[in-house]
Design a protein around this ligand. Structure first.
Ligand SMILES: Nc1ncnc2c1ncn2[C@@H]1O[C@H](COP(=O)(O)OP(=O)(O)OP(=O)(O)O)[C@@H](O)[C@H]1O
Ligand SMILES: [Mg+2]
Length: 500
């Protein structure tokens, strides 16, 4: 049975010698002992041995001869000879035949012996790993290709316009997706604008995976998050010596993505120098690495995005007009989530389905009340904010049950009127007498407290400083009641397969 220590076989005809070696080595090695070569051979056949430590002078066979024979049968085992000085010549002539790793002279010193054996064990392990790696490389070159292809096919499905971009039948996203499906196969630059979290990168991926370039890389580069010199070096590459830390040539992302698509996020944050370089790529299909005076051909499709209004950036002289027109072969504006509330139930279900395997927890769906709060909220962070909200609900909620409104964060729970995003705006937006306006607030406060306490009237009344009777009176007056039916109906996904 293996203890995890390297196994060593010691062969010596002198019992005392064997015992003394065993005493010194047993802490670090699994020690096997043989008093003659026949016994040793049997032990080698029965055990997985890493090292043989063999005496040279033995009555039946010399150590070198025995190790030469064993090399034929078990070539991987590390072979070591122990001998007196007088045998040195013999051993040296036998080193090549027996492939001896080391020979140790008698009398041996325990520390030195252990050191040699430790190195031998390490050597064995390294050789074994090398061999495994070589086998794996040989076997897996084909397997790796298959894996990459499988992964690419699955990415194509994930970023399909119909399966990957979730929207309802009446969503304003439908018109946008119809246009994108038509232009995706052509090498047109697309400028994707929209607030944070509206799905700009998702749309860019969908364009790539629905184009003829789908089998080549899709690379994302955020242009606003790093110093512009580093951005230039990263995208265009550099020559050794171009700047103090450029110790070797570097191939930029644009060249490495050759044949594929490069998505430049926050393009409005780039410097004039960067814009000139990029324009050259887009106009001539060539680039010049930083510090080089030679140009190289590149074949990439450029997609860009921005949260800023780029026409304003052009007006202000911060973005080159010629680059803007190159980038905006087609310009699309993704609507914020608050302008497509009809998508919220579908998205909520989709994001929950995505979150469950990721977090290793399941939920049956959302309650009607939770969904209506989500539909009322204004989602300034758009789909990304919703994704975070749903992950949090799943983590905090009960396993396998419907996720209720009480799990929503206070800002979503307190969601004001759909058209109005904060309370002060509500004050101005609500018309009518003072009493009517105050009552609108009262309804909002009552609703929020009741949902948070899962419609427990005693707890809500206590918190609001009302009697139970007083609270009931208000609920009747305002017609406030819990949404009927626990589970929200299963949302229907858009049926737009085969859109022309
Ligand atoms: N219609 C949609 N269907 C499914 N998932 C979506 C949809 N829109 C956005 N998402 C998801 O929301 C998250 C945010 O989207 P994405 O990163 O594309 O937004 P973005 O506009 O690039 O945001 P930012 O401006 O902050 O970079 C991603 O996980 C994305 O998959
Ligand atoms: Mg993005």
């Amino acid at each position: 049975m293996s203890t995890g220590k390297p196994a060593i076989l010691i062969v010596d005809d002198e019992r005392r010698s064997l015992e003394s070696l065993e005493r010194n080595l047993a802490d670090e090695f699994d020690v096997l002992l043989a008093e003659n070569t026949a016994e040793a051979e049997q032990l080698l056949a029965d055990n997985w041995v890493q090292i043989i430590l063999c005496d040279q002078r033995m009555p039946d066979k010399s150590g070198v001869r025995f190790l030469t024979e064993m090399r034929e049968k078990w070539p991987d085992v590390i072979r070591i000879i122990i001998s007196g000085y007088t045998d040195a010549d013999d051993i040296i002539s036998g080193v090549n035949d027996a492939g001896i790793y080391h020979y140790i002279t008698k009398p041996w010193k325990p520390e030195k012996l252990i050191l040699v054996l430790r190195n031998a064990a390490m050597m064995f392990e390294l050789e074994r790993q090398n061999e495994l790696l070589a086998i794996e490389l040989r076997v897996s070159a084909g397997a790796a290709n298959t894996k990459v292809n499988e992964r690419r096919q699955s990415l194509r499905k994930t970023y399909d316009f119909d399966d990957g971009i979730i929207r309802s039948k009446t969503s304003p996203m439908n018109g946008i997706c119809d246009t994108l499906i038509r232009i995706a196969p052509f090498d047109l630059s697309v400028l994707i604008c929209g607030e944070s979290g509206t799905g700009k990168e998702l749309v860019a991926r969908a364009i790539h995976y629905n184009s003829g370039r789908w089998n080549s890389p899709f690379v994302v580069q955020n242009c606003g998050s790093m110093p512009q010199e580093i951005l230039e070096a990263e995208l265009f590459g550099f020559k050794k010596g171009a700047f103090p830390s450029a110790v070797h040539d570097y191939t930029g992302l644009l060249e490495r993505a050759s044949g594929g698509t490069v998505f430049l996020d926050e393009i409005g944050d780039t410097t004039p120098a960067f814009q000139v370089r990029l324009l050259r790529v887009m106009q001539e299909g060539e680039l010049r690495p930083v510090g080089s005076n030679q140009t190289r051909k590149v074949d990439v499709r450029i997609l860009a995005s921005s949260q800023k209004n780029l026409e304003e950036e052009v007006q202000a002289g911060r973005l080159r007009k010629d680059l803007y027109f190159r980038l905006a072969g087609l310009c699309i504006q993704l609507p914020p989530l608050r302008d497509r509330r009809e998508d919220i139930p579908l998205l909520a279900r989709f994001l929950l389905n995505q979150a469950m395997p990721k977090l290793g927890k399941t939920a049956a769906g959302f309650t009607v009340e939770a969904l209506s709060c989500m539909k009322r909220y204004c989602w300034p962070g758009n789909v990304r904010e919703m994704q975070n909200e749903i992950e949090r609900m799943l983590v905090m909620g009960p396993e396998d049950e419907y996720l209720g409104a009480e799990l929503l964060s206070p800002k979503v729970l307190m969601a004001a009127d759909p058209e109005v995003s904060d309370d002060l705006a509500l004050v101005g937006a609500v018309g009518g007498t003072l009493k009517e306006r105050v009552e609108k607030f009262e309804v909002k406060i009552l609703r929020e407290a009741l949902i948070r306490h899962r419609w427990n009237k005693s707890k809500s009344a206590r918190e609001l400083g009302l009697s139970r009777v007083g609270l009931r009176g208000k609920l009747e007056r305002y017609g406030l009641e819990k949404d009927e039916g626990k589970a929200a109906p299963q949302p229907e996904f858009v049926e737009n397969k085969g859109v022309p």
